[in-house]
Design a protein around this ligand. Structure first.
Ligand code: ADP
Ligand code: MG
Length: 230
């Protein structure tokens, strides 16, 4: 099983913090992720960008860097001709932040249309008493400011997952407030259930955050991932 392999290879590296290099875990559970890959050289980065065939997003991949954009570790809308230079820039910024940081490489990722989407957060925190607590709420830059989220114990049924959408204050935003098209709620509910299954299958995951999980009228895209193993 691919999911197990991702977790075991992290354990072999002696790393209990995983980031976007573990996106395969989400793929394995049918949670959609943007096209992309983690590479370890500017030339490889360029060839992935050419494959994607459009401007890309580039992110530093390091277990020592938790909030990539805080250190200038995320560049969006990078044209193919700038990909090689941007690779070097990201590595320099990471080194400036922490000279001995472990750098696994750079993720080159397809751009997701945020204008037609809502940035949500979908996460899990394993509570010693209650077990895996799923968290769903408004994501992106709003997480800390608005703190609009709801919590449910995994595993969740379809009804419970639907209830989580209803629960947040920003529910109208998902349902097409201000003349926007409503997001694909069925896929969002399904995604909550898929994550519920993932954290139920892997008790070794003590903490996990998909932030943002971009919800659009056409589906969802898990754009960023961070998780901790015990
Ligand atoms: P971090 O949370 O570690 O700073 P993210 O991967 O979440 O890194 O990227 C930060 C922000 O950059 C996201 O919240 C989103 O607004 C934007 N972003 C990241 N990846 C993409 C993408 N593929 N398409 C569009 N915007 C993106
Ligand atoms: Mg993020």
């Amino acid at each position: 099983e691919r999911a197990r392999e991702v977790i075991e290879s992290a354990a072999r590296r002696g790393s209990n913090r995983l980031g976007v290099e573990a996106m395969e875990l989400l793929d394995a559970y049918g949670i959609p992720t943007p096209q992309g890959e983690v590479v370890s050289s500017p030339v490889e980065a360029e060839s992935i960008a050419e494959e994607i065939g459009d401007n890309v997003v580039m992110k530093i991949v390091s277990p020592d860097i938790l909030h990539k954009s805080d250190i200038g570790g995320v560049e969006v809308d990078v044209p193919v001709e700038d990909v090689r230079d941007t690779y070097e820039d990201l590595v320099v910024r990471a080194r400036n932040y922490q000279s001995d940081a472990t750098i696994l490489g750079v993720q080159v990722q397809e751009m997701v249309d945020l204008d037609n989407g809502v940035e949500t957060i979908l996460g899990m925190n394993r509570d010693p008493q209650f077990g895996p607590l799923l968290l769903f709420g408004l994501g992106g830059i709003f997480v800390e400011v608005l703190e609009d989220n709801t919590v449910s114990v995994a595993p969740v049924s379809e009804n419970e997952a639907e209830g989580m959408l209803d629960d947040i204050d920003s529910a109208p935003l998902l349902r097409g407030a201000r003349g926007r098209d409503p997001v694909d709620e069925d896929t969002l509910v399904e995604t909550i259930q898929r994550l519920s299954q993932l954290v139920t299958d892997f008790p070794a995951i003590v903490e996990l955050d998909i932030n943002p999980l971009v919800a659009t009228p056409d589906g969802v895209q898990a754009v960023d991932l961070r998780l901790t193993l015990d």
